[in-house]
Design a protein around this ligand. Structure first.
Ligand code: OAD
Length: 235
């Protein structure tokens, strides 16, 4: 049997929008109601840990109230036909809950916390609330397991390796404004098919060689999945 083609997906907040989670930069998005400097930097956590913990507690609480949507499920179903690797900027777990097996979280995971002193001490949080005074086993305050602005992105190395091995590349629901994640497109082998599913996808993306599906991912990803299965005639 021929080897399965490798589909790599770079996903962003738009993929979870139809599950009810806000994106960051759309009108009414998270960065409209909160400033990055107040809630998403190490300096913010040092200055006002209560505010930062509360911001992520609310995100985490909401995550327990939402479900994956048709876009997440389409990507999971793609595994029946292709090797699929998802590189996500999302900190939710909706790809996993839809059934995707290989998910790299570039910006961390909401349901995990880690020691503010020993970054290797990472664990799952029981429930949604992380409080001041919740400590790691070595006695230091726990913080959200989130990559904040100004911090390194440890999963980039693995993400670049995965992108290097792509046969087909899909970008979905991301404004491609945040680096280094947006730069992953440069790790994709030359000449492979690339698709961009996003209602705001524009001519700049087309000029970069991406086939555009200018629509929501809950509709666009199932349609693209059918197209890929048909094009590559996998069974
Ligand atoms: P953005 O908020 O920057 O972009 C969301 C994208 O989703 C936009 O391009 C929208 O057009 C698109 N979109 C909106 N609704 C959609 C839908 N139903 N289906 C598909 N697309 C839709 O979010 P990201 O690009 O994910 O990082 O942002 C990247 C990073 O910036 C985040 O991971 C976060 C943020 O600051 C950190 O917090 C470290």
């Amino acid at each position: 049997m021929p080897e399965k083609k490798h589909v790599v997906v770079l996903s962003g907040a738009g993929v979870s929008a139809e599950s009810g989670l806000k994106t960051f930069r759309d009108a009414g998005g998270l960065w409209e109601g909160h400033s990055i400097e107040d809630v998403a930097t190490p300096e913010a956590f040092a200055r006002n840990p209560q505010l930062v913990l509360e911001f992520y507690n609310q995100r985490r609480k909401q995550l327990y109230e939402v479900e994956p949507n048709a876009g997440h499920f389409a990507l999971a179903a793609l595994q029946n036909h292709f090797e699929v690797s998802i590189v996500t900027q999302n900190v939710d777990d909706l790809h996993e809950r839809a059934g995707s097996g290989k998910v790299i979280h570039l910006h961390g995971e909401l349901k995990k916390v880690r020691s503010s002193r020993y970054p290797e001490l990472i664990r799952r949080l029981e429930g949604w609330e992380l409080k001041l005074g919740d400590l790691c086993e070595r006695g230091y305050q726990l913080r959200p397991h989130i990559v904040w602005f100004g911090e390194p992105v440890p999963a980039m190395v693995e993400a670049m390796e995965v992108c290097n091995r792509a046969d087909i590349f899909i970008v979905a629901g991301t404004s491609l404004q945040v680096y280094p994640a947006a730069g992953l497109i440069h790790s994709i082998p030359d000449g492979i098919p690339m698709y961009y599913v996003d209602p705001s996808a524009n001519d700049t993306a087309r000029a970069r060689g991406l086939h555009i599906l200018q629509e929501n991912s809950a509709a666009g990803l199932p349609r693209l999945m059918e197209e890929l299965i048909h094009t590559y005639k996998t069974t």
